[in-house]
Design a binder for this molecule. Structure first.
Ligand code: SF4
Ligand code: SF4
Length: 273
């Protein structure tokens, strides 16, 4: 199936995708695929979350769209076949048959369906099915300046090594078999700076290792010329973090809570005497 691949980390929050979606759908009636989009809706929505604290903060983003689920709750609650899956896998709400059916909006665990009060219908991203039928990419995809959004063949992505980062699903725990693919979804990090015991000099080339205390997963980094380290893409949980450098005492910090990103600030290492 052709689907959307979203690299969350490449998104720069320019919102070109949202503008393009509005340009395509707010003044145009693409029935029976989609009626005119209500201006208050965002069929693609950028969710920003601030991660870390102090001087080590980053903005992490998730791009929310309809996931075109293979086991879609919206299809299950719809009456009269008002929501259906096409042969190409796209989940479509029929604007005529869906009139008055608020249950379609309420069934979506991703909150990807919006209510149009003027037309009295639920609406959502169609993956620009009307353009796909004409052999064209969705408007949000062509508008993205960083290639954070792409149309790919899901079999190619899963079976090949063409892509640099592994592919993830958004909230697989909802068990709806979402078909939109993601890379680099927001995850916690542990960052800080290694320095001498008196705090006067930063320490480069310190080996930093974080070990998940339950799962045993290991993440490694080496401090740069400014003593900075950042262990990224962590599985949320509690970690033991170790610091290793020739000529210095081995240092261990236990029970570091990385259910959210943490800034360890200055980590002091003591020189061996
Ligand atoms: Fe339906 Fe929501 Fe899944 Fe889209 S994300 S197919 S609206 S359940
Ligand atoms: Fe909007 Fe089309 Fe992008 Fe969906 S695929 S968010 S309908 S522009």
């Amino acid at each position: 199936m052709k689907t959307l691949l979203i690299n969350a980390e490449k998104c720069i929050d320019c919102r070109n995708c949202q503008t393009a979606c509005k340009d395509e759908h707010c003044d145009n009636d693409w029935s029976p695929i989609a009626a005119i989009q209500s201006p208050k809706q965002y069929w693609i929505k950028i969710q920003n979350v601030e991660a870390g604290d102090g001087s080590r903060v980053e903005m992490q983003r998730t791009q929310l769209v309809c996931q075109h689920c293979a086991d879609a709750p919206c299809i299950k609650v719809a009456k009269n076949g008002a929501v259906y899956r096409r042969a190409d896998g796209l989940v479509i709400i029929d604007p005529e048959k869906a009139q008055g059916q608020r249950a379609i909006m309420e069934a979506c665990p991703y909150h990807a369906v919006y209510w149009n009060p003027e037309l009295d219908i639920p609406q959502k991203c169609t993956m620009c099915a009307h353009l796909r039928d004409a052999g064209r990419d969705p408007r949000c995809v062509t508008a993205c300046p960083t290639d954070a959004l792409k149309i790919v063949d899901s079999e190619d992505v899963i079976d090949s090594t063409l892509l640099p980062a592994s592919v993830e699903l958004l909230h697989p725990e909802y068990k709806t078999q979402p078909q939109v693919l993601y890379q680099s979804l927001p995850r916690p990090f542990i960052a800080g700076e290694a320095c001498t015991a008196d705090g006067k000099a930063c320490l480069a080339n310190v080996k930093v290792t974080a070990t998940h205390q339950i799962l045993g997963l290991e993440y490694r980094d080496v401090t740069d010329a400014f003593g900075e380290f950042k262990l990224k893409g962590l599985e949320p949980g509690f970690y033991t973090v170790s610091f290793e450098k020739d000529g210095y005492d081995y240092k261990v910090l236990a029970n570091m809570d990385a259910t959210e990103s943490i800034n360890l600030d200055a980590v002091k290492l003591y020189a061996l005497v």
